[in-house]
Design a protein around this ligand. Structure first.
Ligand SMILES: [Cu+2]
Length: 222
């Protein structure tokens, strides 16, 4: 086991712990690792190792360099997750699973984000106005198991691993906490072996949006 994979395995254990707030458990989501430590500093990595589902507000930015952005995937880096990249096809329905051991009511969305600019690529794939409401006796089943449909994209968009993530973004309004979990993915090339045949009625292609504040952050790191 390499140092990096040992690191990832340790982080995975923490993420499956029931002591924390929430995270995406399927498809494989970004984990912290040595590249995040290099980018964001030892205090940041210590915080996410102590609690694999910590809100990004609780990730210290002391020691963060220019490549650390805790407002994107809570600072997790693609370089630590090259072996955790999903391949999707247009129209594919992706089943997602989340754990929410400590719910906090607030909005949630899953969106495709351009990692270079931290901007949304098209509208959210799924959106909740009210998610993870701790006042409910039982959380609705769709809070922890839901599906999104992969949109059709212009050729070349999200074709390279690391370019795009499917980001789960949840804000606990009263808790004033923001949670992010990112699925790295690439779009299968059209006609690639193993690619699903095109859907009969594929969704309309999405167009990149101008760089606007993609999501509500409680704070941002520059
Ligand atoms: Cu919390």
């Amino acid at each position: 086991m390499t140092k990096a994979s040992l690191f990832a395995a340790t982080a995975a254990l923490l993420i499956t712990s029931a002591l924390a707030h929430g995270n995406i458990t399927s498809p494989a989501a970004r984990l912290p690792g040595p590249a995040m430590k290099a980018a964001c500093g030892p205090d940041a990595i210590a915080a996410v190792q102590a609690d694999g589902t910590t809100p990004l507000e609780d990730v210290p930015t002391t020691g963060a360099g220019p490549n650390c952005n805790v407002g994107l995937c809570r600072g997790a880096q693609f370089a630590d997750n090259k072996d955790r990249v999903s391949t999707f096809t247009a129209g594919q329905v992706v089943d997602m699973k989340a754990i929410l051991p400590i719910p906090h009511e607030g909005p949630m969305n899953v969106s495709i984000v351009d990692t270079k600019t931290n901007t949304l690529m098209g509208p959210p794939l799924i959106e909740f106005e009210s998610y993870a409401d701790e006042n409910l006796a039982v959380l609705p089943a769709n809070n922890t198991a839901f599906s999104v449909k992969v949109p059709a994209m212009p050729a070349g968009m999200c074709a390279v691993a690391g370019q795009c993530v499917m980001q789960w973004h949840w804000v606990g309004t009263a808790a004033q906490q923001t949670y992010q979990s990112c699925v790295d993915f690439v779009m299968a090339p059209a006609g690639a072996a193993g690619a699903a045949p095109p859907a009969a009625a594929p969704p309309a292609p999405i167009a990149p949006k101008p760089p606007v504040a993609p999501v509500r952050f409680m704070f941002e790191v520059r």
